[in-house]
Design a protein around this ligand. Structure first.
Ligand code: ADP
Ligand code: ZN
Ligand code: ZN
Length: 679
């Protein structure tokens, strides 16, 4: 019998080293199935064992045979990840400058990466195949209006790559367009005898239950799974496997779902494409929207990105013709009209506890009519600082460039940036004055005042503090949907996506700080947020005309002028004009190197050194500067901004630069972010 020849497998492992590791696979018999790309394998690594992904199978290695260790086990029971999926991961790793192993391994559910195969086997057993005669026929939804029909027609007719920007005002029925397009594409593929899958991305976990229920009701015959970070591990594994095995026809998920393995993917939908939560802010700092578009192009399938306030990047591409724009200009539900938006001039009006008389009157009217109101204040806690009138002491955090926020119900001062918590001091720590004052107001303070103003009203506050317990956010939103709340009050958590049926008033207090932010995206974000929150009002139609009242000191500011006119295109045109003349994205491409250290000087010196490491024609590397919030939890932070009008040139430079940076002997912690959204 001839000796069985071994193979060399290259594996991506979850390590910070940007290399693929060679292992030897020795067949035990002639009919031992050979390993292939995309399979998982258990291998020795140092003194441990780890699970990695096979990314290449070769006959030989450049390393000496005695240096190469043997594979422990191949996970044959799991069908391999397809080459398109590996390509997507490789692109993400390259583009965001991380090792491939740090992309492909952590995105697998834990049970698949477990050292013992039993977890995987058990999960496979529990993952149910869909019924054989799967029925794509959907239960009937509302009759589409002309705009919706045109959008669905265009999206579902496409059999190839193309980005559709669905620009639809709040309540215009974008969801209906997503569902009908999905239905048509699933239907078409079924008639052709091919399997099909649809991926729907949403920004928030809190929004998945409502959408998931409507999808399930619409497609009773299909297997639908959701994927997000708060799923219990077992369920997440089953969802992942169901997508990977092609059982799930629809996968609904948050940003991490963009990396789900879906062998029959035929359509991708990204709802609220402008939302900052599509950007992962640690580890692999990817944009799920951008990866979704890359993935669609690689697979040559259509992708739909939807929003009432698209990102400047997407709007720019739509204007230049790279993306196709589809407009839904009207609200969809019968008689539902957009709310009127008015400004309350805070320069001229006296307030009580931050609330103006017109806003209080409007709230009172809603209470009398039995309609719901929403009050939006993007600041949690009772007051952002505590202050001593006598000596000027102010509640700074000892560890951060930030104030300690007063949390009255919890009787604590809390820093929102590190975990520091203190009891509220009885008296001023410097002068002993017992009369410390809260300055400014957060959601808790408004809530307290509402109880005084409207003792009979049912007030509910929803923010990160009131929803700490798992599942409590969803429970809170359900109370609102059941109509058991008169006044809902909260931070951006209440602004997004919810389809509240009895809500006719939205009040916005204190939005002005964003107008003067150092972050060039603050205006774009504020506009989107205000449009979103305004969009929660008047969605049903049978109630009275709904209104949005915005308290501001800058009634003439162009952003507010565009807002009251519901004029997103005007706002976007002006913003893009500014960006173009200031040389900002989307007209240039950026990357940000951040350094953290015990002293600010060490961080700045490291960045200065990094700046001079390589010649960089065509790339501007700015001076290193301290970050706006310089200190967090006792760590000093600085950053270096790179810019280039050419994405390719920037990518090319970053690749070489990161290799050099990795070689630098330094104890500074650094991270690189490509296309940063917070600068
Ligand atoms: P968007 O996502 O654009 O904000 P939704 O998809 O939530 O809007 O739709 C808003 C409301 O309009 C929902 O209650 C939905 O059921 C309803 N709706 C959607 N399309 C139609 C239609 N063609 N006719 C009647 N009602 C519709
Ligand atoms: Zn004092
Ligand atoms: Zn702190």
């Amino acid at each position: 019998m001839p000796p069985l020849t071994p193979l060399i497998l290259k594996l991506a492992l979850d390590t910070p080293l940007d290399v693929e590791f060679d292992y030897r696979w020795q067949p035990k018999s002639a009919d031992d199935p050979p390993p292939c790309i995309g399979q998982l394998a258990l291998v020795p690594f140092g003194r441990r064992e780890v699970v990695g992904l096979i990314v290449a199978v070769q006959e030989s290695s450049v390393y000496a045979p005695e240096k190469i260790r043997d594979v422990t086990e191949i996970r044959h029971q799991l069908p391999p990840l397809l080459s398109h999926w590996v390509a997507l991961s490789r692109f993400a790793a390259d583009y965001y400058q991380r090792p491939l192993g740090e992309v492909v391994v952590p995105c697998l559910p834990k049970n698949l990466r477990a050292l013992k195969a039993t977890a995987l086997n058990a999960a496979l057993k529990k993952t149910e195949a869909p019924p054989l005669a799967a029925n794509t026929t959907a239960s009937k939804g509302p009759d589409l209006n002309a705009e919706q029909q045109a959008a669905v027609g265009a999206i579902s007719a496409a059999n190839e790559y193309g980005v559709t920007l669905l620009f639809g005002v709040t309540g215009s029925g974008k969801t209906e367009v997503y569902l009908r397009s999905a239905e048509k594409i699933l239907d078409r593929e079924q008639r052709q005898g091919t399997l099909a899958q649809v991926l729907i991305l949403v920004p928030e976990i809190n929004l998945t239950p409502q959408l998931e229920n409507s999808i399930r009701a619409r497609f009773p015959g299909l297997s639908i799974v959701s994927l997000h970070s708060q799923l219990p591990e077992g369920e997440r594994t089953r969802s992942w496997l169901s997508a990977h095995l092609g059982y799930a026809s629809i996968v609904l998920g948050t940003r991490l779902a963009v990396l789900a393995s879906m062998p029959n993917l035929k359509l991708i939908i990204v709802d609220e494409e402008h939302d900052p939560s599509y950007k992962q802010q640690e580890g692999l700092r990817y944009s799920a929207r951008d990866l979704a578009i890359w993935r669609a192009r690689d697979l040559n399938i259509p992708v739909v990105i939807g929003s009432a306030t698209p990102s400047m990047e997407s709007w720019h591409h739509a204007e230049s013709g790279r993306y196709k724009k589809r407009v839904l200009a009207q609200r969809a539900a019968t008689q539902a009209v957009l709310p009127t938006i008015s400004l309350i001039d805070m320069e001229r009006i006296k307030t009580t506890e931050g609330l103006s008389p017109p806003l209080i009157d409007a709230l009172r009217t809603r209470l009398a009519r039995g309609e719901q109101s929403l009050l939006f204040l993007n600041r949690r806690g009772y007051a952002p600082v505590v202050h001593c009138d006598a000596c000027g002491w102010i509640s700074h955090c000892q560890r951060c460039t930030a104030f300690m926020v007063l949390h009255k119900p919890e009787r604590r001062l809390r820093c929102h940036h590190c975990s520091l918590e203190l009891k509220i001091p009885w008296s001023c720590p410097t002068c002993g004055n017992v009369n410390l004052q809260p300055l400014g107001r957060g959601t808790q303070r408004i809530e307290e005042h509402f109880h005084v103003l409207f003792p009979e009203a049912r007030v509910l506050r929803i923010d990160a503090d009131s929803t700490r317990k798992k599942g409590s956010a969803q429970a809170a939103f359900e109370t609102v949907h059941r109509g058991e709340v008169d006044i809902l009050l909260g931070t951006q958590m209440v602004a997004k996506g919810h389809d509240f049926q009895r809500l006719t008033l939205v009040g916005v207090i204190n939005p002005d700080t964003a107008l003067f932010s150092h972050d060039y995206r603050a205006g774009e974000r504020l506009f989107a947020q205000l449009m979103q929150v305004a969009g929660r009002a008047g969605r049903a139609g049978q109630l009275s005309q709904s209104e949005v009242l915005v308290q501001t000191r800058y009634t003439q500011h162009p952003l507010y002028r565009a807002l009251i006119a519901h004029d997103f295109p005007g706002f976007a045109a002006a913003t893009l004009e500014e960006r173009s003349s200031a040389g900002l994205p989307p007209f240039v491409f950026q990357a940000l190197l951040r350094a953290e250290s015990k002293t600010l000087n060490m961080a700045l010196e490291f960045l200065q050194h990094a700046r001079e490491l390589l010649p960089h024609p065509g790339i501007v590397i700015n001076e290193p500067v301290p970050m706006t919030m310089t200190r967090v939890a006792g760590v000093e932070r600085a950053q270096l901004l790179l810019e280039s009008p050419a994405r390719g040139a920037l990518q090319h430079f970053l690749k070489r630069w990161v290799q050099e940076l990795r070689k630098q002997p330094t104890r500074i912690r650094w991270t690189l972010e490509v296309d940063p959204i917070d600068i």
